[in-house]
Design a protein around this ligand. Structure first.
Ligand code: ADP
Ligand code: MG
Length: 477
């Protein structure tokens, strides 16, 4: 018997507005507790909420970016529950009529592509935070986060396992940052996912009973949590048991999910339209204005990059962030269209590695795109071997100047003069009669050793491709 894993994700993206969803208090992260909680956020009697226009515009922007339907009229509803960090006793959300309905997101699935449908995206406010650590025998309440605007993005249960779910979350994370509606900072909780997981026997068309794993704020935890949870459910079913619908928490230290509470149903929340807020009406002209302001989207850009001759993986990697895609385009613009593949290789390889090690964003790369293009020009004109180019790159990274300066200063010029190389090769062959014999006797390893000798004789400056050619011609057996 084989099993199929089914996952649907609910993602909370904190919208990058300066003020809150229904009040004028600031949303900046890291302020002292309760310094950014106004009368509306702490739910003093008599206050009224006012919807934040910027948050609404961001929701529309998202909807347009995923090709969803924008409901010109949507409704805010009260979701009622008690918790100390929710002073009103309800969260303002959208229920029956969300602002965004449908839409799709393309994700990478193995070597191929997959399109995941979205159910909806709705506006809501965040709750505050309960602080358990700094208070002995008590709980502290910080309402700075209360009322922060969130876009909750819900996928259809079309993800087939942990890898799919992570690919989806990554694509969504890249998209919300790309269109500038969320900073994507997962450590600060600006982008967090709940994963609904169920399993069924392969071939079954009905969905199994699901468990919902709350608040996954790293891709690695998401993968671990889903894998653990699916395994747990499969073991349970194979032992003749049944899955109980539950809300669960992932414990990263133990790598397992644990029951938090039995799952509540929608009717438990007593949803009803918030009488303090008018229905949210968005003008057609505003929707069209936002549509016109959208940047070229990752998917379109990915296709354009692929058409430049890049491999599918590279094209996808380069649209992982808008700054990265911009860097690539600036590099190609400076290096010439014929160099797209070389640029991609270096950006995804050498540059990304160096940025990663230094913990830097590409926007703050010590080697800007035109600088890298100038280096790559010396690779494609044969001045530098790949190895030399890496040395020059490291020097550029360390701030030693432009590629050509470093090349001149270090005398890093590849020997590509055929006559000169032939002389050196002949010299090496004369001094290494033994290896020549070995090679002719069928020991291919001897060839590499001869290449090594030539490189040594030239302090590594011989053009390796040419050395190979000349050696092959000389040793033809
Ligand atoms: P709720 O808001 O109560 O969590 P929804 O019905 O809105 O419930 O579903 C939320 C998420 O759960 C969606 O992403 C949906 O795709 C997913 N989902 C629903 N049923 C299943 C299931 N049987 N297995 C996996 N995911 C599911
Ligand atoms: Mg849910």
């Amino acid at each position: 018997m084989t099993w199929e894993i089914v996952v649907g994700l609910e993602t909370h993206a904190q919208l990058a507005t300066r003020s809150k969803m229904f009040s004028g208090a600031a949303t900046a992260f890291g302020a002292p507790p309760n310094a950014q909680a106004c009368a509306v956020d702490v739910a003093l009697p008599g206050v009224l909420p006012v919807a934040n226009r910027a948050a609404v515009e961001m929701a529309v922007k998202f909807g347009l970016a995923v090709g969803a339907r924008i409901h010109r009229r949507s409704v805010f509803a009260r979701k009622n529950y008690f918790y100390p960090d929710l002073p009103k006793g309800y969260q303002i959300s959208q229920y029956e009529l969300p602002i965004v309905q449908g839409g799709v997101l393309a994700i990478q699935a193995g070597d191929g592509e997959k399109t995941i449908r979205l159910t909806r995206a709705h506006l809501e406010e965040d709750a505050g935070k309960s602080l358990h650590e700094d208070f002995h025998g008590m709980t502290g309440i910080d309402l700075n986060r209360a009322g922060t605007p969130l876009l909750e993005i819900v996928s259809e249960p079309e993800l087939r396992g942990a890898k799919d779910a992570v690919a989806y979350a990554r694509a969504l994370h890249a998209l919300v940052r790309w269109i500038g509606i969320c900073d994507g900072n997962m450590q600060e909780g600006s982008f967090r996912c709940d994963a609904n997981v169920s399993v069924r026997r392969t071939g079954d068309t009905r969905l199994g009973t699901r468990c919902e794993i709350k608040n996954l704020n790293s891709f690695r935890f998401m993968e671990q949590a889903i894998e653990f949870e699916a395994r747990r459910q499969i073991d349970l079913l194979e032992d003749g048991g049944a899955v109980v619908q539950q809300t669960r928490l992932f414990d990263p230290e133990r790598g397992e999910t644990r029951a938090m509470r039995t799952k509540e149903e929608a009717h438990d929340y007593r949803y009803f339209p918030d009488p303090d807020l008018l229905p949210l009406v968005v003008a057609e002209a505003d929707v069209e204005g936002i549509r016109a302001s959208l940047p070229e989207l990752p998917e379109a850009r990915r296709q354009r990059f692929a058409a430049m001759g890049l491999g599918a993986q590279d094209a996808r990697a380069l649209v992982g962030a808008r700054e990265l895609a911009d860097y690539f385009e600036a590099c190609v613009a400076a290096a010439g269209a014929g160099q797209a593949k070389l640029c991609a290789n270096w950006i995804i390889g050498e540059l990304a590695g160096a940025l990663n090690r230094a913990g830097l964003d590409i926007a703050r790369s010590p080697v800007p795109a035109p600088g890298l293009a100038a280096l790559l020009a010396r690779v494609s004109d044969g001045t530098l071997s790949g190895k030399m180019a890496k040395e020059v790159f490291d020097a550029m990274w360390a701030g030693e100047g432009a590629a050509d300066e470093i090349i001149a200063r270090r005398g890093l010029r590849q020997i590509s003069d055929a006559g000169a190389l032939e002389k050196i090769v002949d010299d090496v062959l004369a001094k290494n009669a033994r290896q020549v014999e070995d090679y002719r006797a069928g020991k291919d390893k001897a060839f590499n050793s001869l290449v090594g000798q030539v490189m040594k004789a030239t302090q590594g400056k011989a053009n390796p491709a040419q050395v190979n050619e000349i050696l092959k011609a000389r040793l033809a057996r």
